[in-house]
Design a binder for this molecule. Structure first.
Ligand SMILES: Nc1ncnc2c1ncn2[C@@H]1O[C@H](COP(=O)(O)OP(=O)(O)OP(=O)(O)O)[C@@H](O)[C@H]1O
Ligand SMILES: [Mg+2]
Length: 239
């Protein structure tokens, strides 16, 4: 299948109040690709995702399937983009199933919402086993799976995932990466993922961007980035 360009950023800058955090960011994600965004704490990775999802204003161009867009998060969901923020955000006092159903709030058809929740329960058996439990009683890894699953309720073309494995044990990290790969392969969902677990992520990525102080300093295939010394230099503060 020939891949088309799904999302493109051209010279995008953004920040908070008067402070510019990301500078002239240009990046591209093809349909069905897994693209990694990596870099030290405070580099601006989450800020890039927020700018894409319309949570903060930007200058420069964001293009979805070749069309320049400047939409609100609500409109982006309708255009097929989903965002799972950093930090396992679940509604503690709702059940796992209710949390999932909330992810489908934009669907008009209740039956379709239930069908998708069932489908996701098949994809995430650990969540199915806890479907009637309050989300606040889940383990950290299970909450992370739940917030990722909730993002998938809209069956997005593009999933923006911010640090899906933060603070999780190696075994759970492995499971989450397997799930990311499965989602990508089964649904052809393109995924832009911010991640610190580079060794687990790079083998499954098509492309990786390395960000330092709000600027992209390197871009290559996941395997070339893994082979090079760029990440070592970045994380040792040499760049
Ligand atoms: N809501 C905000 N208001 C003001 N400044 C912010 C806000 N959010 C982030 N920043 C600043 O923007 C810079 C980049 O933050 P960002 O969250 O994008 O980094 P990051 O690369 O995702 O880091 P981490 O790996 O720690 O999550 C930091 O200096 C941070 O202090
Ligand atoms: Mg972040």
């Amino acid at each position: 299948m020939e891949k088309g360009l799904l999302l493109e950023l051209k010279n995008v800058s953004a920040g908070y109040n008067e402070t510019k955090i990301i500078h002239d960011i240009s990046l591209a994600i093809d349909e069905g690709e897994i693209v990694a965004l990596m870099g030290p704490n405070g580099a601006g990775k989450s800020t890039i995702l927020k700018a894409i999802f319309g949570l903060i204003t930007h200058i420069g161009d964001v293009l979805l399937e070749g069309e320049k867009i400047y939409p609100s998060p609500h409109e982006l969901v309708k255009m097929g983009v989903a965002y799972v923020p950093q930090g396992r955000r679940v509604f503690n006092n709702l059940t796992v199933k209710e949390n999932l159903e909330l992810g489908g709030y934009s669907l008009k058809d209740n039956k379709e919402c239930m069908r998708r929740a069932e489908h996701l329960f098949n994809l995430f058996p650990a969540l199915h086993a806890k479907h009637d439990k309050l989300a606040g009683t889940l383990s950290g890894g299970q909450q992370q799976l739940l917030s990722t699953a909730r993002g998938l309720m809209t069956e997005p073309k593009l999933l923006l995932l911010d640090e899906p494995t933060l603070g999780l044990s190696p075994k759970v990290v492995k499971e989450i990466f397997q799930t990311i790969k499965d989602i990508n392969q089964n649904k052809k969902t393109a995924i832009l993922v911010v991640e610190h677990n580079l060794h687990s992520l790079l083998p499954i990525t098509n492309r990786a961007y390395v960000l330092v102080h709000g600027k992209i300093v390197a871009t290559d295939t996941g395997s070339n980035i893994a082979k090079s010394d760029i990440l070592e230099r970045v994380f040792m503060g040499k760049i």
